[in-house]
Design a protein around this ligand. Structure first.
Ligand code: FAD
Ligand code: ZN
Length: 498
């Protein structure tokens, strides 16, 4: 996994030279170090201890093969108490700890160095409580997202957080990265779905903030501090999550549009007509659809000719199929009439709706078959998306002749995955050598439009430079002070975020 994009890895190595393994270089030979490892092993027992290199591989390697991680050991506590004792030992010994969920993050946030340990939450996977009437679910951090969705559904409720990695990412990781996903438009991001948290601080102290309250104004919101902190302020061990009514009906359509202004007009129309019940409004450029249909089996665009843009829209609600469908059809007919749509394909079955989603979700995979790709995970105000796409597209095409701009993403949230594929037949390494120059062009435009250079995936080890460049210095300094206050020895995820 670490091999298939050597150029990227080379650059990444240069960038991260100070990032991984920086906390205690001589620790490996230290007597004290050996004794802390023995203590840690005694806390979790053999079931929670991995130090065999082959068995550690899935924890050490990351999704995109950009970082070559390492670790002294992977430690998997089975309870909050064990997490607490592990952190107390690590803090006393100044041993760096990298918390890890499903290891699906895309910014190198869960990558450890050779003198650090990985703290895997995978064994903490119990649902502690589900209160259907209160619409809350309390789960341990290691619960797989898809399993929480299932548990909620079995209780007749909806847990709406949804992303393509849901079969392997964990709720602790979702909260630590404040994940977005495809339903954020209607239900909010991970932060909006958490009522309370249980967190173990760097020194092993346990904060039980598992509130099930919607209203609680009693000072600083610690929950919001830990959400999105990427494992640098504490280890999330459990969370109380908000559940929603399960919709009686879900309607899905693929829409063909000529330009982004029209796409926004259609979204507005659907929001108004459905009283805000649009779950998702996903944008796909013609090129991204072409890549998916070319490279991923079973992907097909339902239109005779490929339109410049396609939208995947999903609305849900009502008790019966008869309530929502006519409204959906009528609204899309109005949009066609108004010239905002070129064409529309409504899913006639659940299988067809799944096929529409498959098209959207296959794009990242399909893009890998087109060679190197320079990525941007940006957001701008929704109303500024058309200007962003026009300006960034033109600027990148002029700076990197032949580069194939391939944007897609969560239009309803103003969050575009502005990926740029290498020119056809170009040398992959040479193209990826333009990574930073391309980032600069795109992120400068994003900043001018009041947007964010990291909408969904976080900072990790990948975007620390961008954080310093684009985040106001006052904010970065405040973040440093918070880190210093909560983790004075700097043992938690050293080198990530700050
Ligand atoms: P990991 O990757 O293990 O860790 C991520 C970060 O969180 C690290 O910094 C780690 O130290 C920290 N962390 C993990 N668990 C804890 C804990 N219990 N306490 C404290 N810190 C912790 N992201 C989106 O936002 N939206 C998407 O639509 C989306 N789609 C994706 C699709 C695919 C195919 C893939 C591979 C990834 C996608 N992602 C998306 C990115 C990723 O899935 C999310 O960031 C996810 O929330 C990470 O969860 P995880 O359990 O894998 O965390
Ligand atoms: Zn996304």
């Amino acid at each position: 996994m670490g091999q298939h994009c050597a150029g990227m890895a080379k650059r990444a190595r240069a960038r991260r030279a100070d990032a991984v393994g920086a906390i205690m270089p001589s620790a490996m030979n230290d007597q004290r170090f050996e004794s802390v490892l023995a203590e840690l092993r005694a806390v979790v027992g053999p079931a929670g201890w991995i130090d065999d290199p082959a068995a550690m591989a899935p924890y050490v390697e990351e999704q995109r093969g950009r970082y070559r991680g390492a670790a002294v050991a992977v430690i998997a506590p089975a309870s909050t108490d064990e997490v607490s004792r592990v952190l107390a030992h690590c803090n006393a010994a100044r041993l760096g700890v990298v918390p890890q969920g499903g290891n699906t993050g895309l910014c190198g946030g869960a990558v450890a160095g050779a003198d650090q340990v990985i703290l895997s939450l995978r064994r903490m996977n119990r649902i502690r409580a589900l209160d259907a009437r209160n619409r809350t679910l309390t789960a341990e951090a290691g619960c797989i997202l898809a399993e929480l969705q299932r548990a909620a559904a079995e209780a007749g409720r909806l847990f709406p957080l949804s992303l393509a990695a849901e079969g392997s990412c964990q709720i602790g990781g979702n909260l630590a990265t404040n994940a977005g996903g495809t339903n954020a438009l209607r239900y909010g991001v991970a932060r909006d779905l958490a009522l309370g948290l249980e967190v173990v601080l760097a020194d092993g102290t346990v904060w039980n903030g598992l509130s099930t309250l919607k209203k609680d104004n009693t000072g600083y919101d610690l929950r919001d501090l830990f959400v999105g902190s990427e494992g640098t302020l504490g280890v999330i061990t459990a969370a109380t999550l908000r559940l929603f009514p399960q919709p009686g009906d879900v309607q899905t359509a693929l829409l063909a549009v000529g330009d982004i202004d029209d796409a926004l007009a259609v979204l507005d129309r659907l929001q108004q007509a459905s009283d805000g019940r649009v779950n998702a409004c996903e944008l796909m450029s013609d090129r991204s659809v072409a890549f998916a249909t070319r490279h991923v089996a079973g992907c097909r665009a339902p239109f005779a000719t490929l339109p410049p843009w396609m939208l995947l829209v999903e609305v849900s609600g009502g008790r019966t199929v008869d309530e929502l469908r006519p409204l959906f059809e009528a609204t899309l007919a109005e949009a066609l009439e108004a010239g905002e749509l070129l064409d529309a394909a409504l899913a006639e079955s659940q299988a067809q709706a799944q096929a529409f989603w498959r098209l959207r979700e296959s794009i990242p995979e399909a893009q890998k078959h087109e060679g190197g790709s320079i990525k941007h995970d940006v957001s701008v105000p929704v109303s500024a998306v058309p200007e962003f796409l026009r300006r960034a597209g033109a600027a990148v095409e002029s700076a990197l002749p032949g580069a194939r701009v391939c944007p897609f993403g969560h239009l309803g949230d103003g969050n575009i995955h502005f990926n740029v594929s290498q020119p056809q037949g170009a040398d992959r390494e040479t193209f990826l050598g333009e990574w930073e120059r391309c980032n600069r062009i795109v992120h400068d435009i994003v900043a001018e439009l009041g947007g964010s250079f990291s909408a969904e995936h976080g900072i990790g080890r990948l975007k620390r430079g961008e954080l310093l460049r684009y985040k106001p210095a006052v904010a970065v300094e405040a973040m440093r002070r918070i880190k210093q206050a909560l983790d004075p020895n700097g043992i938690l995820n050293p080198g990530a975020l700050l």
